[in-house]
Design a protein around this ligand. Structure first.
Ligand code: 5GP
Ligand code: MN
Length: 327
C-alpha cells in the first residue's frame, strides 16, 4: 500500500482506466479515485474506458470526464482498476501510455491467477468490490471523502454485491456503505438509477430472454440468450440486458446460470452466475471458455456465428469441460 501511495504522490500526470464493458464497480471506482486524486495539488487526472459508459451510470458525478480515447503521451502513473491485466482494457500495450510497468498500479479484487508483471499491486480477492479497496486507500492517504467520491464508491460496492444480496456482502461492505451514507450518498437513489429505472424496450427484451429460459439436464445450467434481432425488435440496446442474468440465476434447481448475448463484430458475450450453496466455481467454466471472473460471477467473450448455434456449441463445450456436473 505504501509503495502505491508513494507512486501516486510523486506522479503529476495520471491515467485511470478499467475493463471493457464496465460495470458499476468499474465506473464507480474510476470516478471515485479520479475525484479524490484531482483534489491533490498539481495533479492532472484523466480517465479512460474503451467501451461507452452504459446509460444507467450516467448519473454519476464526473462521468463525462471518462474519455474513450487516450492522449498519445506517456503518463507518470497508470492505474488499472477492477481487472488485473491489460488485455481487458482494450489498450494493446502499456508501452503506448507509460514508459514501463513500474508506472503501473493495479487495484483489483479478482482472484490473482493472472496479472501484469513488475507493477505495483493492491489485490484482495476477499474484498467485495474494487471500490472498497479505493476507499481503504483514500483513508490511508487521509484524503477527505467528498459527496462526489462517496456517490461513486457506494455505487461500486452496491452493484458488485448485487444490492447487498450476494454472498460477498460482508461487514466491511456494510460498514463502508454506512460511512458513505453519512457523507450524504443514498442507496435508494443509486438503486433507482441502476436496477429499478428500466424502460419499456429493456423490459420487453428481458421478457424475450426469460420466455425461452431452459434448465439443461446434462450441464445442470439454466440458460437463455439474446440475439441482435431481439435487441432490434424491442428497440433496446445491448446494455439493457445488464442485470438479467440475476433473474435467470434464481432458478433454484440449476447449479449455475448462463446468458449468451450476441454482440457487435460477431462476438458472443457470456455471463455466468451461481450461488454459494450450489458448490460451483463458475470462474473455472469461464476460464475454460477464454474468460474469467469470480467464483460466483464470471464472464467470457468468444467469436460466434449466430447466437442459437453458439448456445449449442457452448453447451457442448461446458459439458465436455465439466464432467462432474453431469454425474
Ligand atoms: P458480467 O457477466 O457482469 O459481464 O461479468 C461478471 C464478471 O465476470 C465480471 O465482473 C468480470 O470479473 C468477469 N468477466 C466478464 N467478462 C469477462 C471476460 O471477457 N474476461 C474475463 N477475464 N473476465 C470477464
Ligand atoms: Mn468489481
Amino acid at each position: 500500500m505504501q509503495q502505491a501511495i508513494n507512486l501516486i504522490k510523486s506522479s503529476d500526470n495520471i491515467l485511470i482506466l478499467t475493463h471493457k464493458n464496465p460495470d458499476g464497480d468499474a465506473v464507480g471506482s474510476v470516478l471515485g479515485l479520479a475525484h479524490a486524486l484531482s483534489c491533490l495539488d498539481n495533479k492532472n487526472v484523466e480517465c479512460f474506458s474503451k467501451s461507452e459508459i452504459p446509460e444507467v451510470f450516467k448519473f454519476l458525478p464526473g462521468v463525462s470526464k471518462i474519455k474513450n480515447q487516450i492522449d498519445p503521451k506517456h503518463y507518470d502513473l497508470v492505474v488499472l482498476l477492477d481487472c488485473a491485466f491489460f488485455s481487458r482494457t482494450g489498450v494493446d500495450d502499456i508501452r503506448e501510455i507509460a514508459s514501463s510497468h513500474n508506472n503501473l498500479l493495479i487495484i483489483d479484487h479478482h482472484p490473482k491467477n493472472k496479472t501484469e508483471q513488475d507493477c505495483i499491486l493492491i489485490i484482495d480477492d476477499k474484498a467485495s468490490s474494487a471500490a472498497i479497496l479505493i476507499y481503504n486507500l483514500l483513508k490511508e492517504m487521509r484524503i477527505k471523502i467528498t459527496k462526489n467520491i462517496s456517490d461513486c464508491l457506494l455505487t461500486g460496492i452496491f452493484t458488485d454485491t448485487g444490492g447487498f444480496q450476494h454472498s460477498n456482502t460482508d461487514p466491511q461492505s456494510l460498514e463502508t456503505a454506512a460511512e458513505l451514507m453519512r457523507k450524504g450518498s443514498r442507496i435508494d437513489k443509486i438503486a433507482k438509477n441502476i436496477f429499478n429505472g428500466k424502460n419499456v424496450p429493456a423490459i420487453k427484451l428481458w421478457g424475450k430472454a426469460l420466455s425461452r429460459i431452459q434448465t439443461d439436464k446434462n450441464t445442470k445450467m439454466a440458460i437463455s440468450y439474446i440475439s441482435k434481432n431481439d435487441i432490434e425488435e424491442c428497440g433496446a440496446k445491448e446494455e439493457d440486458a445488464s442485470g438479467l442474468i440475476s433473474i435467470i440465476n434464481t432458478v433454484s434447481d440449476a447449479k449455475f446460470s448462463l446468458l449468451l448475448t450476441e454482440s457487435e463484430n460477431k462476438k458472443i458475450k457470456g455471463s455466468l452466475r451461481s450461488e454459494d450453496y450450489k458448490g460451483i466455481d463458475v470462474s473455472e467454466i469461464a476460464r475454460s471458455l477464454g474468460g474469467g471472473g469470480h467464483k460466483l460471477a464470471s464472464g467470457f467473450e468468444m467469436e460466434g456465428e449466430d447466437v442459437e448455434n453458439s448456445v449449442r456449441r457452448i453447451r457442448e463445450m461446458i459439458l465436455k469441460n465439466t464432467t462432474t456436473l453431469s454425474s
